[in-house]
Design a binder for this molecule. Structure first.
Ligand code: NAI
Length: 344
C-alpha cells in the first residue's frame, strides 16, 4: 500500500478520494493544513503528496519533501504556478489534472458576469427584505456587446461558445493562437480598446503577471467589465481598485485574487480581514468576489479524483506519466514528451 500525504483537505475532497483509494492500493492521510516549509515534515516517510492551488511547493519545501522520501507530487488542479518545477527535476515527479471540467469554470464565469450586470446579487438581498424597488438595478444587454477573451485554451474556448450563444461579438488574444479555430485574434491593445467585457483564461506566468495593470486599464473602454476566474496575479489589484474609483472599470468579478492564499477557502466571518485592498474591493457595489469556487461542481470533483488516482497508480506501477510536468514543458528541443514515458 502506497502512502500519500494529502494537504489542504476540504470536506468536499473526501468522498471522491476515499471511494477510490482502496481499489487503487493507496492510503491517504488527510491533513487540514497547507503544505509549506513549516508543515513539509508531516510528509516524512510518505511516498507522495497530493496538493492544491495554494500549497507552497517552492524549492525549500521540495528539498524537505525529497529528503523525507517523497517521490511524487500529485496536483489536484490544472495550474502549477505554485510549484518550482526546476527544483523538482531529477528528484520528484510532478503530475497534474490538466482538465476536470472546463465547463465548470466557463459557466461560473458567465454566472458572475450575469449576476454583476443584471444586479442579481442586489436583487436577491432586496427581495429577502421585501424591498421590491427596482431603483439602481438597471443592467445592460450582452447581445451585440464585444467580449475580449485572453487565453483561448480549454476554458477560454468554452466561454467563447457561451458568449456567442448570447449573441456577443468575440475577439481574443492568445500567445499561441489556435489556427483554423475561426476565432478573431487581435493584439492585446486592440482587445483592450474594443471590449465591453474582458475575461482572463490564460495561465499565470512571468509574462502574464499583472497583465491588467494601470497602463492596460487606461487602454480599456470606459465601463469595461473585468472577469478573472484564472489566477489572481494576472491583475494588479491596486490598479484595479484605482480603475474602479476613476470609473474606468464598470464592474469586476473575481474568483481569484492576488493575495488569496492566506484568505480564500477559509471562514473569516468573525475576524477583521487585514487585507485593505480586498476589503475595499469587496465594499464596492460593482465588485463580486467568489473564493476560487469556479471549479466546484460534482462533475469536476469526480474528475479530479479519477485523474489524480490514475496519475498516482501510473507513477507507482512505473507506467507512462501522461500528465507529468517539468520545467522543460513547452520547450521544443528539451521536451522529452513523445520520446520517453517520463520527464526524467
Ligand atoms: P489551457 O492550457 O487549456 O489554456 C490556456 C491558454 O492560455 C492556451 O491557449 C495558451 O496558449 C494561452 N496562453 C499561454 N500563455 C499566454 C500568454 N502569455 N498570453 C495569452 N495567452 C497565453 O488552460 P485552461 O484549462 O483553459 O485553464 C486556464 C486557466 O484557468 C488555468 O491556467 C488556471 O489558472 C485557471 N483555472 C481556474 C480554475 C478556478 O477554479 N478558478 C479552475 C481551473 C483552471
Amino acid at each position: 500500500m502506497k502512502r500519500i500525504a494529502f494537504f489542504d483537505t476540504k470536506d468536499y475532497d473526501l468522498p471522491a478520494f476515499e471511494a477510490r483509494a482502496k481499489e487503487a492500493g493507496i492510503s491517504f492521510k488527510f491533513f487540514d493544513t497547507r503544505l509549506g516549509e513549516d508543515t513539509a515534515g508531516l510528509a516524512n516517510g510518505f511516498d507522495g503528496v497530493c496538493v492544491f492551488v495554494n500549497d507552497d511547493l517552492s524549492a525549500p519545501v521540495i528539498e524537505k519533501l525529497y529528503k523525507g522520501g517523497v517521490r511524487v507530487i500529485a496536483l489536484r488542479c490544472a495550474g502549477y504556478n505554485n510549484v518550482d518545477l526546476k527544483a523538482c527535476f531529477g528528484k520528484i515527479h510532478v503530475v497534474r489534472v490538466p482538465a476536470y471540467s472546463p465547463y465548470a469554470v466557463a459557466e461560473h464565469t458567465m454566472a458572475l458576469l450575469l449576476t454583476s450586470i443584471r444586479r442579481i446579487h442586489k436583487a436577491y438581498n432586496r427581495t429577502r427584505e421585501f424591498n421590491f424597488s427596482l431603483s439602481g438595478l438597471t443592467g445592460f444587454d450582452l447581445h451585440g456587446k464585444t467580449v475580449g477573451v485572453v487565453g483561448t485554451g480549454k476554458i477560454g474556448r468554452i466561454f467563447i461558445d457561451i458568449c456567442r450563444g448570447f449573441g456577443m461579438r468575440v475577439v481574443a488574444y492568445d500567445k499561441y493562437p489556435a489556427e483554423g479555430s475561426g476565432i478573431d485574434y487581435v493584439s492585446l491593445d486592440e482587445l483592450f480598446a474594443a471590449s465591453d467585457v474582458i475575461s482572463l483564461h490564460c495561465p499565470l506566468s512571468e509574462e502574464t503577471y499583472h497583465l491588467i495593470d494601470e497602463a492596460a486599464i487606461e487602454k480599456c473602454k470606459k465601463g469595461v467589465v473585468i472577469l478573472n476566474t484564472s489566477r489572481g496575479a494576472l491583475i494588479d489589484a491596486e490598479a484595479l481598485l484605482g480603475g474602479i474609483k476613476r470609473r474606468v472599470i464598470g464592474a469586476a468579478c473575481l474568483d481569484v485574487y492576488e493575495e488569496e492564499s492566506d484568505i480564500f477557502f477559509r471562514d473569516f466571518s468573525g475576524h477583521i480581514v487585514e487585507d485593505d485592498t480586498l476589503a475595499r474591493l469587496i465594499s464596492m457595489p460593482n465588485v463580486i468576489v467568489t473564493s476560487h469556487q469556479a471549479f466546484l461542481t460534482e462533475e469536476a470533483l469526480a474528475a479530479i479524483a479519477e485523474t489524480t488516482m490514475k496519475n498516482l497508480t501510473d507513477f507507482f506501477s512505473g507506467g507512462r506519466l501522461e500528465n507529468e510536468l517539468c520545467y522543460n514543458c513547452g520547450k521544443v528541443e528539451e521536451c522529452r514528451r513523445g520520446r520517453s514515458p517520463r520527464c526524467f
